[in-house]
Structures are given as C-alpha cells and as structure tokens.
Ligand binder design. Structure first.
Ligand code: SF4
Ligand code: SF4
Ligand code: SF4
Length: 326
C-alpha cells in the first residue's frame, strides 16, 4: 500500500500539482479578505498588508514595526504578543521552509505567470552569467540588513521616524499587491521629506523593474528577496530536507536545465547531501526532471516524500521505457 502511494506520488504530474496549488493559494491569500478569511500576520511570504483584502500578511512589516520600539519596551512584558508573532513566523519557516516560495507565495506565483505569458508570446528568456548570479544573489542580504538594522537604530534614537518600515517603502509588493483589488494608490512618490521621497522613488522604480525583469528573467525578484535569505538561515531547523545522493547522479545536467534559479550545484555537486541552496525556491522541478532513482529527494521528517525515479521521469517525458544508465 505504502509502495503504491509512493509510486503514485513519484510518477505524478508535478507541473499540474504546482499550478493548482499556486492558483488556489494566490486566490486565497490575495482575495480571502472578501470572504472574511484571515490567517494572521506572521507569514514568511509576500502577502502584503497594503492589499486591504489579503487573507494573511507578510510578517516583515510587523517585524520592522516591533524592532523600532525603544529598547526598554522590546525587553518588557509588552513584547509578549510580539514574541508570539515572531515564534509563529519562525515556525512557518520550520514547516515548509522554501516550499513557501515554490508553491505559496503570491509574489512568486505572479512571476511564474509572467514567465508563462512570455513563453506564450514566443520570446526567449535571458539568464545571468555565473558571476552576475553570485553578485546579485548577495543583494537579498543587504535588504535583510535594512529590515533588521534600520528599525533597531530607530529604537535607539539614531534614526528618525522618516525611516519607518524603510524596506516596505522600497518593496515592490507594497505597490503591486493592492493592484489586484483595483487599488493603484501606492504608485506614487511621497514628497513629505527627502528620505521618504528617496525610499518611495526606489519603491516605484523597483515595482516597474519587477514587471520588466520578470518578463525577461525567470523569478527575477526572488534573487533579491530578503524573505528568501531568512528561509535559508532557518533551513537547518526545518522538518523538511532537500537531499542529493551524489553516487546516483550521472551529472547529466537535466536538473540544472529546468532550474529557474540557475542553481548549478544541483547538477555539479556530487559531494553534499544537503543540496538546498540559498536561492532555491523548492519548486522540485529538478526532482521531476532527474532520470535517476533517488538521486534527488524531498524529505519530510527524514522520510522520502518525493523522489526522482526512472519510471517517473519516463512517464513525465511520455516515453515508454525508462532511460538506461550509461
Ligand atoms: S523569494 Fe520569491 S517566492 Fe519567496 S518570499 Fe520572496 S518573492 Fe516570495
Ligand atoms: S538530473 Fe539527476 S542525474 Fe542528472 S545531474 Fe541532476 S541530479 Fe544528477
Ligand atoms: S534547485 Fe531544484 S528545487 Fe531548487 S529552485 Fe532549482 S529546480 Fe527548484
């Protein structure tokens, strides 16, 4: 029975599973408010509270808000509620970790839909060189530092209120998320002070760049996303593991060919067992594309939940017989 279930999962059509999961979670998170659905405000994905109808909200705004409190308040009983929010936020990382990005984040889904549109129009996508890729993917840690340090400096009285949720002022999700419920009011530059003007100008520029970038480059924004950096930092505490059995890998490169995040190690690294990398979105497209039994697998509590198999590969490719090992 268990073997049959495993076979069913490993031979399944991952593309369909992912498409419908992303569609359902997008509708739920972005429009859930219309149906009085509320999942709270501790989510490790970009479901922006600036969209008045979202059913859940990204925790980064609360995190910045709380860190900006005076130090004596942070370490008082008044912070108990904050602590609960923070623990919930971290717990979500532990449950799905980067699978939030591959399957649930509306902002990730939107980028995939823009990619699908480009494909339909027959326009080729562009890629980064390995050097560009390595440099660009560091930017997310700069944003993460802004999220954590700016409010702390505010709390210490070193920065004034103009810096209030500085990252959100620059975040394209603040501008784009409300558009889905017909609210375009965030497309503006706030001239109330020089700092706010600079931050909101960056936000508008980044939102414009989001659409252009996502059209030419798969998951353009995810390379810069500070939430992705946080996911990676907490990955060690997650109940899920993304594993590679190097001795079963033939380095055919099929996994790298389908990876939207250009993670070269997925094909090249035959040493590390833990193959989760900084930019991975745990879409598992590489597992579905791998033609070798158990070379790649996604585990929950150390139990294989989805593995690469010759049979699954052959089925997905529409070929009768599994590819023979060379
Ligand atoms: S990395 Fe992409 S999918 Fe993940 S939270 Fe950021 S925007 Fe969303
Ligand atoms: S597709 Fe599988 S066998 Fe091929 S390089 Fe990737 S992990 Fe190795
Ligand atoms: S390494 Fe695999 S799971 Fe990670 S982003 Fe690339 S294809 Fe998706």
């Amino acid at each position: 029975m268990i073997e049959r279930l495993k076979r069913f999962i490993n031979n399944g059509d991952l593309r369909k599973v992912r498409f419908y999961t992303q569609l359902i979670t997008f509708l739920l998170f972005v429009y859930g408010g219309y149906f009085a659905i509320s999942f709270g405000s501790s989510f490790p994905i970009f479901v922006c509270p600036f969209n008045s109808e979202s059913a859940a909200t990204c925790y980064l705004i609360s995190l910045q808000h709380q860190l900006a409190r005076p130090t004596e308040v942070i370490f008082s009983m008044a912070s108990l509620g904050v602590l609960i929010g923070l623990v919930t936020f971290i717990a979500w990382f532990a449950v799905l970790n980067k699978a939030w990005c591959g399957y649930m984040c509306p902002f990730g889904t939107l980028q995939d839909w823009i990619t699908a549109l480009r494909k339909r129009m027959g326009i080729r996508f562009s890629t980064y060189t390995q050097n560009e890729f390595e440099n660009l993917s560091k930017i997310k840690y700069i944003f993460l530092a802004i999220i954590l340090l700016v409010p702390l400096f505010m709390g210490l009285g070193m920065l004034d209120r103009e810096w209030f949720h500085a990252f959100c002022q620059m975040c394209p999700a603040r501008i784009i998320s409300p558009m889905f419920v017909g609210d375009f009011s965030q497309w503006m530059i706030d001239f109330s002070s020089v700092t706010i003007m600079i931050l909101t100008s960056i936000g508008v520029a980044f939102a414009g760049l989001f659409f252009i970038g996502s059209f030419v480059k798969k998951r353009f924004f995810c390379f810069f996303c500070p939430m992705s950096a946080l996911h990676y930092i907490f990955a060690k505490f997650s109940i899920i593991r993304f594993t590679k059995e190097g001795d079963k890998c033939t380095r055919c490169g099929d996994c790298y060919a389908v990876c939207d995040m250009q993670i070269k190690d997925i094909a090249d690294d035959v040493i590390s067992k833990d193959i989760l990398r900084d930019d991975c979105i745990l879409c598992l497209k590489c597992v579905a594309a791998c033609p070798e039994d158990d070379a790649l697998h996604f585990d929950i509590f150390n139990v294989k939940a989805f593995s690469s198999t010759k049979e699954g590969f052959a089925k997905r490719m529409g070929i009768e017989k599994p590819r023979d090992k060379k």
